[in-house]
Design a protein around this ligand. Structure first.
Ligand code: DGL
Length: 269
C-alpha cells in the first residue's frame, strides 16, 4: 500500500451539524466503526438551522465542510437532516473530491414497518416543508397517510439542556392524540430527537415504534469507506470536538446528553 493511501485510510471522518444533534449519528458511527478517528463540528453560533433561510444554511455548511477539509478528513457526514435536504447536491458539487454522506428521515423503513399504513415524521419546520422531504414521501409512502410534522424550538430546547418536562410540553403540542390512535411508526427526522426518545416514547405509549437514521447512516458510512478502500485499522483512534459557540456551555450540555465527558474547543468560522 502506498504512503498516501495509508495516510488517507487513517484520516478522520468529519461530522457537522447545527449543534449537538449530529452526536447521535456520530455515536452510532463510532460504535459501528470503533477504529475510525473523528472530528465533529457544531455550528452553535448559527443554530437552529430549522428556522434559517436556505441560502444562509448552505453558506454555513460550505464553511463547515471547508473547516473539516482543513483538518484533512477523508469523508464528511452531514449529520443534520435540515442541512442535508437544503443542499446535499450542492455540497457535493462544491467539494467533489471527498465523499459526502447526508442524513434524511428513514421514511422508506417506516413504510416497511407500518401495519396501519399511517406514519408520522417529526422534524424541523425547514425539513418538513422541504421539497426533498415531500419527494421522499411521494416516492416511498404513496400508499400511506403521512403526518409530516415540523416542530419549532424542539432542537433549541434540547440544546439548552431543558428538563424532560419542558420538552414534553413542546412535543405534546404537536402530537395530536387523535392522530396517534392509528399511527404505528414515528420517524425521528431531526438528529437532535433521538436524545429525547424516552420522552416521546412515554408520551405515545408502547404500541408505536420510534425509529431514527443512526444505524442506517452507520452502515452507509461503512459501505462507502469499503468501496473507496478508506477503512482505518488504527488502534489509537482519536476524536476532536469543535463548536462555533460557547465551548464551556456546549461541553456541559453535550456531556449531559451523552452521559460521558466531552470537551469542545471553540472554532471561529
Ligand atoms: N439537527 C438538525 C436536523 O437534523 C437541525 C436542528 C436545528 O434546527 O438546528 O435537522
Amino acid at each position: 500500500m502506498g504512503d498516501r493511501q495509508h495516510d488517507r485510510q487513517h484520516a478522520p471522518i468529519g461530522f457537522l451539524d447545527s449543534g449537538l444533534g449530529g452526536l447521535t449519528i456520530w455515536d452510532e458511527v463510532r460504535s459501528q466503526l470503533p477504529s475510525e478517528s473523528t472530528i465533529y463540528i457544531g455550528d452553535h453560533e448559527y443554530q437552529p438551522y430549522g428556522k434559517r433561510r436556505a441560502p444562509e444554511i448552505r453558506r454555513r455548511v460550505k464553511r463547515l465542510i471547508g473547516f473539516l477539509l482543513q483538518k484533512k478528513v477523508k469523508m464528511v457526514v452531514i449529520a443534520c437532516n435540515t442541512a442535508t435536504v437544503t443542499g446535499i447536491d450542492l455540497y457535493r458539487r462544491w467539494y467533489p473530491r471527498v465523499p459526502i454522506i447526508g442524513v434524511v428521515p428513514v421514511v422508506k423503513t417506516a413504510v416497511s414497518l407500518t401495519k396501519t399504513k399511517h406514519i408520522a415524521v417529526l422534524s424541523t419546520p425547514n425539513t418538513a416543508g422541504s421539497t426533498y422531504q415531500k419527494r421522499l414521501i411521494t416516492m416511498y409512502a404513496g400508499d400511506c397517510t403521512v403526518e409530516n410534522i415540523g416542530i419549532p424550538d424542539l432542537a433549541t430546547s434540547i440544546e439548552r439542556g431543558d428538563t424532560n418536562k419542558a420538552i414534553e410540553k413542546i412535543v405534546r403540542k404537536y402530537l395530536d392524540p387523535v392522530v396517534l390512535h392509528t399511527v404505528d411508526v414515528i420517524v425521528l427526522g431531526c438528529t437532535h430527537y433521538p436524545f429525547i426518545r424516552p420522552v416521546i416514547a412515554r408520551l405515545v405509549g408502547e404500541k408505536i415504534r420510534i425509529i431514527d437514521s443512526g444505524a442506517a447512516v452507520g452502515r452507509h458510512v461503512t459501505r462507502v469507506l469499503d468501496q473507496e478502500q478508506l477503512r482505518s485499522v488504527s488502534h489509537a483512534p482519536y476524536t476532536e470536538f469543535y463548536t462555533t459557540g460557547d465551548a464551556a456551555q456546549v461541553s456541559r450540555v453535550a456531556s449531559g446528553l451523552l452521559a460521558r465527558a466531552l470537551s469542545f474547543t471553540y472554532a471561529r468560522l
